[in-house]
Design a protein around this ligand. Structure first.
Ligand code: PGA
Length: 252
C-alpha cells in the first residue's frame, strides 16, 4: 500500500538547541493531532540527529539525514557515512537534492553509490529529482528526470525498491515562492509512476510514494495533495516553523 508522507528538509538552518526546540514542537503537535493521514518525517543536519532523535518520543515522527557519503568508511575527512546516520536512529536519508547536485557536484553515478550504501545500512531513501527552469522552458524535462531516476535507482531489485521514496522538486520552484501548479506537478508525478511501472510493474509503481517539493505551504498543500499521484511533500522553508509544517501535515 502506498503511504502518504510529509517530510521536512531543514537544510542548513537552526543551531542544535534551536533544532531540538523545533523538533519538540513538531513532536508535540503530532501527538496532539491524533490520527493523521500521513507519516511525518523531519530531515535535519548531521549535527542534530542524535539530539533530535532523543526528543522524538513514541516513534510518531520519523527522522532523516539530509545526505550521506558515497563511501562506506575511512579517510574521507568531514564526510558522514550511511552507517553513522543509521547509528543515530534515523530511519531515512534524503539523497540527490538539487542543491547537493548543483553546489557539491553530485552526479547520478555518485548518487547510485550513496543509494546502495544507504539501503545496505537499513535506511529508507528520499530520492530527489527535478528539472531546472531552462529544461522546463525547453520542454525536455521528462527525459532529464527519467535519467536521474533510472541512472541512480534502476539497478535496484524490486525488494530494495520498497525502501525508496521519490521526491519531485522542480528546481525553479525551490525556495522561490513559485510553486508548480498542481496540474504541472501531477503531470510529472504520473510520468514518474509510469517510468517505474515500465521497469518494475504496475503494482510496485502503484505502491511507490512520490512527494512534491518546491514552495509547498499550508495554503497550496491541499490542492497538491488532492492529485492522484501526489503522495505528500518534501518541505523546505515551511518546515522551519512547527505551525506551518503542521498546516501541511494536516492538509491530507
Ligand atoms: P522549499 O524547499 O519548500 O523551501 O521550496 C523544498 C526543498 O528544497 O526540499
Amino acid at each position: 500500500m502506498r503511504k502518504n508522507i510529509v517530510a521536512g528538509n531543514w537544510k542548513m538552518n537552526t543551531t542544535v538547541p534551536e533544532g531540538v526546540k523545533l523538533a519538540e514542537d513538531v513532536n508535540a503537535a503530532v501527538n496532539a493531532a491524533g490520527e493523521l493521514k500521513c507519516d511525518v518525517v523531519v530531515g535535519v543536519p548531521f549535527t542534530h540527529l542524535t539530539a533530535v532523535k532523543a526528543v522524538l518520543d513514541g516513534g510518531k515522527v520519523g527522522l532523516a539525514a539530509e545526505n550521506c557519503a558515497a563511501k562506506a568508511s575511512g579517510a574521507y575527512t568531514g564526510e558522514v557515512s550511511a552507517a553513522m546516520v543509521a547509528s543515530t536512529g534515523a530511519q531515512y536519508v534524503i539523497l540527490g537534492h538539487s542543491e547537493r547536485r548543483e553546489y557539491f557536484c553530485e552526479s547520478n553515478e555518485m548518487l547510485k553509490e550513496k543509494v546502495d550504501l544507504a539501503l545496505a545500512n537499513g535506511l529508507k531513501v528520499i530520492f530527489c529529482c527535478g528539472e531546472s527552469l531552462e529544461l522546463r522552458e525547453a520542454g525536455n524535462y521528462a527525459d532529464f528526470i527519467a535519467a536521474e531516476i533510472s541512472e541512480s535507482l534502476f539497478h535496484l531489485t524490486a525488494e530494495q525498491w520498497a525502501n525508496i521514496v521519490i521526491a519531485y522538486e522542480p528546481i525553479w520552484a525551490i525556495g522561490t515562492g513559485k510553486t508548480a501548479t498542481s496540474d504541472q506537478a501531477q503531470e510529472v508525478h504520473a510520468m514518474i509512476r509510469k517510468l517505474i511501472a515500465g521497469k518494475y510493474g504496475e503494482k510496485l509503481a502503484d505502491d511507490t510514494t512520490i512527494l512534491y517539493g518546491g514552495s509547498c505551504k499550508p495554503s497550496n498543500a491541499p490542492e497538491l495533495f488532492a492529485k492522484p499521484d501526489i503522495d505528500g511533500g518534501l518541505i523546505g522553508g515551511a518546515s522551519l516553523k512547527a505551525a506551518d509544517f503542521m498546516g501541511i501535515v494536516t492538509a491530507f
